[in-house]
Design a binder for this molecule. Structure first.
Ligand code: NAG
Ligand code: NAG
Ligand code: NAG
Ligand code: NAG
Ligand code: NAG
Length: 507
C-alpha cells in the first residue's frame, strides 16, 4: 500500500520535473506543407481598395518623407498554409531570397547550403561583405529546427524602406522539417523581441537593427490576404503587405483597436473571453492564456489550449446543424467534403476573441466568420469541395495564427507597447466582410489579470531548477523508503508496481 502510494508520487514527481523543463523554448512556427491539391480554378487576383476613411494613424505618413508606405503595399506573397514571405537582397552583390515573415521568433536566418526543398540559397562565399562570427546557433520550432553559423552582412528590401542595413544573419547549414515541399521561401525573418533571439538576446533582431539604422518609427504592420482562399493549394500564392515604420490607412477600414503587449518576448496579449456564436464559453479567463496567448504570423491555425479547444469544439457541434461529425475533422486528420457549390459555412457559428483594451477596464472583440476557419483545401474528384478545421489544440498556449490574422490589419506598435487590430481591406469575399471588430465592452466580469500564473524565462529556469532540486530530494527519500520495505514483497509473477510505473512513463 505504502509502496503504491509512494510510487505514484514518484511518477507524479517525475512527470512534473520532465513536463516543466520539456519543450519550453520551442518557437511556434507551424506551417502546413503544400500537400493539398487544388484543381478548381480560383480567382486569386486581389485588389487593394485604395480608399481611406481619413481615420488614419498619426504615423500613417512619415513627416520626413523618407518612407513611402504605398511602395510597400503588396510586398508579400504566400498564404496561410505555406506562410507569407518578402523578397530581400542579401550580401554584396545582393543575392535575392524570399524570407518568411514570422512574428513568433526573433532570428533572421537564411539557407546557406543546398536543400532538396529549396531552389536556391545564400552563398556566403559570394558575398564580399559577409562576416562569420564563428558562433553556432540552433533554433527549434514547434515544427522543424535548424542549425547554422552566426554572421553579419548587408541587407536591403526592394519593397521596403530605402537603404541598406547591416544585420545579424544565421546561415542555416543543416535543418530538419524546416524547409517543406512546395514552400517558396529560403529563410525566416523573426520579428519578435530580443528575448527570443538565439543563442541569446545579445543577437540584435532584424527589426531592431532596421529601426536603429534607418531611423524609422518602431512600428510595423501586417496584412495577409489569404482569407477564404484555399490553403496550401498548388496555385499561385496570394499577397499581403508588411509595412515597416507605421500603418498604411488604405489597408484597413474603420478604426484600429489596441491591446497592450503583456510581455515583450513573443507578442503576448491578454485574451479575456471567447465566444462561439453568441455563446460565451465562460471558462476562467486564465485558461485562455495558459501558459501564454500570442499573435504569430508563423503559425497557420488558431491554436487553443486543450481545455479551451474542447469547449470550442463542443460549442460548435452543439450550435451547428451537423451533429454526427467525425472526430477526425476536429483533430485535423480528416477533411469534410460537400457537394460542389454547396458551401458549408451556414452550418457554423462565428468565433469571437475578446482582448484587453488599452483602457484595462475595457475590452474589444475580434470576430472571424466560418469562412475563415472552415478552410477550403482541395477538390478531391471534381464533384466535392473539401474543408479542414482551422483551429487546433495546443500544449503551449493560445496562438492567434494566420487563420485569424488574415481577417485583420495588425499593427505591431512596439513604440507604444501595444498591438492594433483593424478590419483588413482584403478580408472580403463576394462583397461580404469575413471578419468583424467591435467594442468597447466592460471587462468588469473578468479577473484583473488573466495572464497571471504564467512562468517564463529566465524566471522559468530558476523555478525549474528549484523544482528539479526538490524532485531529486524527493526521489532520494522515496528511493530510500522504497528499497527497504519493498524488497520483501514483489515476488509474484504479476505486474509489479515497478513495471506499471514504467508503463505509465512510456504513455
Ligand atoms: C491534382 O489532382 C488532379 C485530379 O485529381 C490530378 O490530375 C493532378 O495531377 C493533381 N495534381 C497534383 C500536383 O498532385
Ligand atoms: C479575377 O479578378 C480580377 C480582379 O477582380 C478580374 O479582373 C478578373 O476578371 C477575374 N477573373 C476571373 C476569371 O474571374
Ligand atoms: C525610396 O526612394 C525613392 C526615390 O527617392 C522614392 O521614390 C521611394 O518612394 C522611396 N521608397 C520608400 C519605400 O520610401
Ligand atoms: C476606462 O473605462 C471605464 C469603464 O468603461 C471608464 O469609466 C473610464 O472613464 C475609462 N477611462 C478612460 C481613461 O477612458
Ligand atoms: C499579470 O501577471 C503577469 C504574470 O504574473 C505579469 O507579468 C503581468 O505584469 C501582470 N499584468 C498586470 C497588468 O498586472
Amino acid at each position: 500500500m505504502a509502496c503504491t502510494a509512494s510510487l505514484s508520487l514518484w511518477a507524479f514527481a517525475f512527470s512534473l520535473c520532465f513536463g516543466l523543463s520539456k519543450c519550453y523554448f520551442a518557437i511556434p512556427l507551424k506551417i502546413y506543407p503544400g500537400k493539398y491539391n487544388l484543381s478548381s480554378a480560383v480567382n486569386l487576383t486581389r485588389q487593394v481598395a485604395l480608399t481611406s476613411d481619413g481615420n488614419g494613424l498619426s504615423l500613417a505618413s512619415d513627416p520626413t518623407g523618407t518612407v513611402n508606405f504605398l511602395d510597400m503595399v503588396n510586398n508579400l506573397q504566400g498564404d496561410s498554409g505555406r506562410g507569407y514571405y518578402i523578397e530581400m537582397s542579401i550580401g554584396t552583390p545582393g543575392q535575392k531570397l524570399n524570407i518568411l515573415v514570422d512574428t513568433g521568433s526573433s532570428n533572421f536566418a537564411v539557407a546557406a547550403a543546398p536543400h532538396p526543398f529549396i531552389t536556391h540559397y545564400f552563398n556566403t562565399e559570394l558575398s564580399s561583405t559577409y562576416q562569420s562570427d564563428g558562433r553556432t546557433v540552433a533554433v527549434r520550432y514547434t515544427q522543424g529546427n535548424w542549425e547554422g553559423e552566426l554572421g553579419i552582412d548587408r541587407v536591403s528590401i526592394p519593397k521596403g524602406p530605402n537603404g541598406t542595413i547591416i544585420i545579424n544573419i544565421a546561415a542555416i547549414l543543416s535543418s530538419d522539417s524546416f524547409f517543406l515541399p512546395g514552400v517558396n521561401w529560403q529563410g525566416i525573418l523573426g520579428l519578435a523581441y530580443p528575448m527570443l533571439a538565439r543563442p541569446d538576446k545579445s543577437v540584435e533582431p532584424f527589426f531592431n537593427s532596421l529601426v536603429q539604422q534607418l531611423g524609422i518609427p518602431d512600428i510595423f504592420s501586417l496584412q495577409m490576404c489569404g482569407a477564404g482562399l484555399s490553403a496550401s493549394s498548388t496555385v499561385d500564392p496570394v499577397g499581403g503587405s508588411l509595412i515597416m515604420g507605421g500603418a498604411e490607412p488604405t489597408l484597413y477600414r474603420g478604426s484600429v483597436w489596441y491591446t497592450p503587449i503583456v510581455e515583450e518576448w513573443y507578442y503576448q496579449v491578454e485574451v479575456l473571453k471567447l465566444e462561439v456564436g453568441d455563446q460565451n464559453l465562460d471558462l476562467d479567463c486564465r485558461e485562455y492564456n495558459m501558459d501564454k496567448a500570442i499573435v504569430d504570423s508563423g503559425t497557420t491555425l488558431l491554436r487553443l489550449p486543450v481545455n479551451v479547444f474542447n469547449a470550442v469544439v463542443e460549442a460548435i457541434t452543439r450550435s451547428s446543424l451537423i451533429q454526427d461529425f467525425s472526430s477526425g475533422f476536429w483533430d485535423g486528420t480528416k477533411v469534410a467534403c460537400w457537394m460542389k457549390g454547396e458551401t458549408p459555412w451556414r452550418f457554423f457559428p462565428k468565433l469571437s476573441i475578446y482582448l484587453r483594451a488599452t483602457n484595462t477596464s475595457q475590452s474589444f472583440r475580434i470576430t472571424i466568420l466560418p469562412q475563415m476557419y472552415i478552410q477550403p483545401i482541395t477538390d478531391v474528384d471534381g464533384t466535392l469541395d473539401c474543408f479542414r478545421f482551422g483551429v487546433s489544440s495546443s500544449a503551449n498556449g493560445l496562438v492567434i495564427g494566420a487563420t485569424v490574422m488574415e481577417g485583420f490589419y495588425v499593427v505591431f506598435d512596439r513604440a507604444q507597447r501595444r498591438l492594433g487590430f483593424a478590419l483588413s481591406s482584403c478580408a472580403v469575399s463576394g462583397g461580404v466582410a469575413l471578419s468583424e471588430i467591435a467594442g468597447p465592452f466592460s471587462a468588469a466580469d473578468v479577473a484583473a489579470n488573466c495572464s497571471g500564473g504564467m512562468l517564463k524565462e529566465p524566471l522559468l529556469w530558476v523555478i525549474s531548477y528549484a523544482l528539479m532540486a526538490v524532485c531529486a530530494l524527493v526521489l532520494i527519500i522515496l528511493l530510500l523508503l522504497l528499497v527497504l520495505p519493498c524488497r520483501r514483497r514483489d515476488r509474484s509473477g504479476e505486474i509489479t508496481d515497478e513495471s506499471s510505473l514504467v508503463r505509465h512513463r512510456i504513455k
